[in-house]
Design a protein. Structure first.
Length: 238
């Protein structure tokens, strides 16, 4: 597949729009596109569409939408959240990118006692998720929530969702696919404090997951559990 771009514009046959400044730079300065070049567009609502550069000048361009290539309901990703204690920038960028590729529908940064990163740029993280969605041919981009403290996270956690928290000490159950939406919770560097483990054990919607004998880095644990989850689903969207 050729160039794919996530846009916020509505997409329908024969509509036209001008690309954003960033998209213009990418298309015509980086990728050297020209009049007549074709690309694919998606917005998370209207499926995927083939489009064509109808006109281009020094500073702007006109892009015309031609026809739909995939409907939005062709993407039926599993309803899985990745909830994680924020980590250092490069590692967090990598986690957002890979988890997007593995089908996460929402990211929830959760602040714990041992969280080492409390300030980060949500907009830049969302751009990282967009880039990953464009590359892996998703039709949607996962949401990224504002950071929340663990107590508030548990208090607002939906009743119809199962929370799997990853136990770095090898205690807990093996992963099995429940017949309801899920969320994975990854602790900070150094793991959860004992008081936090106690809260999670007492939380009615939570299940402790066994990660085996090895202590995994936070970003490794996130990708590992999502890969295992996709394996439970047979690598099919459900």
């Amino acid at each position: 597949m050729g160039i794919r771009l996530y846009v916020t514009d509505d997409l329908n046959k024969e509509c036209c729009f001008q690309p954003s400044e960033n998209h213009f730079h990418y298309l015509f300065h980086v990728m050297r596109q020209e009049k007549g070049s074709q690309l694919f567009l998606f917005n998370g609502r209207d499926g995927e569409w083939l489009a064509e550069v109808e006109d281009v000048s020094k500073r702007t361009a006109l892009i015309r939408v031609l026809n739909q290539t995939r409907t939005q309901n062709e993407e039926t990703l599993p309803d899985v959240w990745l909830c994680f204690s924020p980590i250092k920038k490069d590692k967090m960028d990598w986690l957002i990118e890979k988890a997007t590729e593995l089908g996460v529908s929402k990211f929830v940064p959760v602040i714990t006692h041992r969280t080492v990163v409390s300030h980060f740029n949500l907009e830049k993280l969302f751009l990282r998720a967009i880039e990953a969605a464009e590359q892996c041919e998703r039709l949607s981009v996962p949401l990224i929530e504002t950071p929340v403290y663990l107590d508030a996270f548990l208090n607002s956690f939906p009743e119809n969702r199962t929370l799997f928290y990853l136990n770095e000490r090898g205690k807990g159950e093996s992963l099995k696919a429940p017949a309801r939406p899920i969320a994975f919770l990854i602790g900070p560097e150094g793991g959860f404090e004992s008081s936090e483990i106690q809260k999670l054990e007492q939380f009615s919607h939570s299940i402790s997951l066994n990660l085996g004998a090895r202590i995994l880095r936070a970003e490794t644990a996130g990708v590992a559990i999502l890969a295992a989850w996709n394996q439970c689903l047979g690598w099919r969207d459900k």
